[in-house]
Design a protein around this ligand. Structure first.
Ligand SMILES: [Zn+2]
Length: 78
């Protein structure tokens, strides 16, 4: 581990609310450990096994549709 390297990857999970159709983004910090997903592809694969709980901040609906996943700028792996 290099000095100054962030200890987490921060993924942004973009969902669209099934109720009010508004987009929501959830920040999911993932510690950089051996078994943790380090790329968007690995993260999406992990989501299929353990989905991130969703709650729309506009209408509090618990049902959201996954639109996409990105990594937060500044945390992306070099
Ligand atoms: Zn909503």
């Amino acid at each position: 581990m290099f000095e100054g390297t962030p200890r987490v990857n921060v993924f942004l999970v973009h969902c669209q609310c099934a109720n009010c159709q508004r987009p929501s983004t959830k920040r999911v910090p993932v510690p950089r450990v051996d078994d943790a997903p380090a790329t968007v592809d690995e993260f999406i694969e992990a989501l299929e096994h353990s989905p991130v709980p969703f709650m729309c901040r506009h209408c509090e609906s618990l049902i959201g549709e996954l639109v996409g996943v990105t990594m937060e700028a500044g945390y992306a792996a070099a």
